[in-house]
Design a protein around this ligand. Structure first.
Ligand code: GUN
Length: 285
């Protein structure tokens, strides 16, 4: 049987349409949501991500600015800018694009972002709140995946969920969200022994390992929901995910494509977090 394809692009578009009214309602209260995106370095892929984020803000009527530094910038200059953005009333969300160059202390940079403007949800206080099951900002990619489950009425309670990947950006917060939703969660990585033994038990499989076509059809349980977080560029320039889509399509029950799956949802949830930040500020909490 061929799996149902989860259309992240369409879902993202529906959500973004629904944001416009919230943005205008906030603008009328003098709180047009504003996002600042900080990029350090010349990495091409990061430049594309940052441009997409800023354009997506403008498309729903939000304010957005990008601040770009050369890779060799003194980290103190970036920290000073973050302090300015923390105090800027036009800015409700601050995102520092990761990874940062090697001479940066990434933790110190993330800690410098005001907790109530941390729309990435990477500040230790927000990570802790998520771990306690009381999140304020949920990291955008796993938040987007959870939205896909919600909109697709995919019940997680009691299900076997396997996450491949243990990053702070995707794997760990994804596991916490699935735990909070009542799933039985296993977190694997590319070096897990008998990885296929784990993945074949999964009713829900989330691949966030950063290796092209790493998950093959023989690794998935028939009928499973397969979510592909990977975006890998092949030598021929084409994009592909962490899942062998063509093979897994014949075994899975539902599957996300790349592109057009999780990717558009990530930016959408960044907008959602920034709007939520502005709504909290407008409501005085
Ligand atoms: N680099 C890759 N994904 C992300 C993300 O979600 N947020 C930030 N800040 N950097 C990233």
């Amino acid at each position: 049987m061929t799996a149902q394809i989860i259309d992240g692009k369409a879902l993202a578009e529906d959500l973004r349409q629904s944001f416009k009214a919230r943005v205008e309602a906030l603008a009328e209260k003098g709180q047009r949501p504003g996002l600042a995106v900080v990029l350090v370095g010349e990495d091409l892929a990061s430049q594309v991500y940052v441009r997409n984020k800023v354009n997506a803000c403008h498309a729903v009527g939000m304010h957005s600015e990008k601040i770009i530094y050369a890779a060799a910038v003194d980290p103190e200059i970036v920290l000073k800018k973050i302090a300015e953005l923390n105090a800027d009333p036009a800015i409700h969300g601050i995102l520092v694009q990761l990874p940062l160059p090697g001479h940066f202390d990434e933790k110190a940079v993330l800690a410098a972002i005001a907790v109530d403007k941390d729309v990435d949800g990477f500040h230790a206080t927000n990570v802790g709140a998520l771990a306690q099951g009381n999140p304020r900002f949920i990291p955008c990619t796993p938040y987007g995946v959870m939205k896909m489950f919600e909109k697709g009425r995919i019940d997680l309670s009691g299900k076997e969920a396997v996450v491949i990947g243990r990053s702070n950006i995707v794997g760990k917060p994804m596991a916490l969200l699935l735990i909070n939703a009542g799933a039985t969660v296993t977190v694997c990585n590319s070096r897990t022994k008998d990885l296929a033994g784990h993945t074949r038990r999964a009713d829900i499989l989330v691949a966030a390992v950063g290796k092209p076509r790493f998950v093959t059809a023989d690794m998935i349980k028939p009928g499973a929901v397969v979510v592909d977080v990977g975006i890998n560029r092949l030598p021929d320039g084409k994009l592909c995910g962490d899942v062998d889509f063509a093979g897994c399509l014949e075994v899975a029950g539902q599957i996300t494509p790349v592109p057009g799956g999780v990717g558009p949802m990530t930016i959408t949830m960044l907008l959602a977090n920034t709007i939520e930040a502005a709504e909290r500020k407008a409501a005085g909490n």
